[in-house]
Design a protein around this ligand. Structure first.
Ligand code: UDP
Length: 334
């Protein structure tokens, strides 16, 4: 009888969200069994590949977690479920610490009880706060300037302590600006409200918004608008899988910054959106948005050297084409 490769089962918490759902697609393509736990507070049931088992519920519900851990031989947990709006985190920090810190701690403790040791954590460039130099490497000081960034850094520190005390194995992946969509157009970014630059500009191009606002044109950058490192969501998913493989096969825990190392200004993104879509739209200048640093660019050389990670979609035009295909297709909509 031909030997059949034993498939591992991964629990993807927040697998109905933007980045989590792209992760699920990749895991399934690579022959993993996938269980998704999502409360659908911001994710979408239709975004979850039907090959995955979707459980709708709270990640801090002990009965749900115990049931998952009893029924499945989970080898690792990938955790994407978090609140991520900076201004809301400033206005309502309690909600952010409850959801992003307390519930993650709960999940980690349930994993410990169940003897599950491998954890892949979605972190963020927001853990660094204001940039002291560019590009931002792992050693850059971590001084978050909002509760969202603080909540993620707290979990990074909890993981380091859990690794020391309990032997937990983890990878921390700090995203710069996640963007783009599945190149086959099956899933993409869909937040309500949508605040991110590329989908907002695409909605303006599609005539779904009357205006597009540039928040601040007096920054110290080449054209005065903020500069960011846009990294394709599928490249992020690739890095997660490589990080999981690394911690499973080698000693030590890892933290990586994930970006392309290229910066594009808001104005450059808007120009590229107009060029890709062939649609003009009204652009108005507005005051700076609170908490926006002038420039955030990743030094991802550790991820490239240690994981062999190489982003496939570094070109801004390609990233925007994928997002535009998704924006137009309306495979599922709110
Ligand atoms: N931005 C903008 N207009 C918008 C949305 C975003 O000018 O409608 C700017 C925002 O101020 C920031 C950049 O685009 O400088 C990227 O913002 P986004 O919210 O996409 O990601 P962030 O960098 O905040 O994680």
């Amino acid at each position: 009888m031909a030997s059949v490769k034993k498939q591992e089962t991964i629990l993807v918490v927040g697998g109905a969200g933007y980045i989590g759902s792209h992760m699920v697609l990749l895991l399934i393509r690579r022959d993993y069994h996938v269980v998704v736990l999502d409360d659908l507070s911001s994710g979408h049931q239709q975004a979850v590949d039907p090959a995955a088992e979707l459980i709708i519920g709270d990640m801090a519900d002990a009965a749900i977690l115990q049931d998952i851990f009893n029924r499945h031989n989970i080898s690792a947990v990938m955790h994407f479920a978090a609140f991520m709006l900076i201004d809301v985190s400033v206005a309502n920090p309690s909600e952010y610490y409850q959801n992003n810190v307390f519930k993650t701690l709960f999940l980690l403790d349930q994993m410990r009880t169940a003897g599950i040791n491998y954890f892949i954590f979605s972190s963020t460039a927001a853990v660094f706060g204001e940039s002291h130099y560019l590009p931002i490497d792992n050693a850059h000081p971590k001084n978050p300037v909002n509760p969202y960034g603080s909540s993620k850094l707290m979990v990074e520190r909890i993981l380091a302590d859990y690794a020391r005390a309990y032997g937990m194995r983890y990878a921390v992946l700090r995203y710069f600006n996640a963007c783009g969509a599945d190149p086959q157009g099956r899933i993409g970014e869909l937040h309500d409200p949508e605040t991110h630059l590329i989908p907002v500009a695409l909605q303006a191009a599609a005539g779904r918004r009357e205006h597009f606002f540039i928040f601040g044109n007096d920054y110290d950058t080449e054209d005065g608008t903020c500069r960011r490192d846009y990294i394709h969501v599928c490249d992020l998913a690739d890095a997660h899988l490589l990080a999981l493989e690394k911690i499973k096969h080698e000693a030590g825990n890892v933290s990586y910054n994930l970006g392309n190392g290229n910066g594009f200004t808001v104005q450059q993104v808007v120009d590229t959106v107009k060029q890709v879509t062939g649609c003009d739209f009204i652009v108005q200048q507005q005051a700076r948005r609170a908490g926006d640093p002038a420039a955030l660019i990743a030094d991802a050389s550790n991820a490239q050297n240690e994981l062999g990670w190489k982003p496939n979609y570094q070109d801004l035009t390609t990233i925007i084409q994928h997002a535009w295909q998704w924006e137009q297709s309306r495979v599922f909509r709110l």
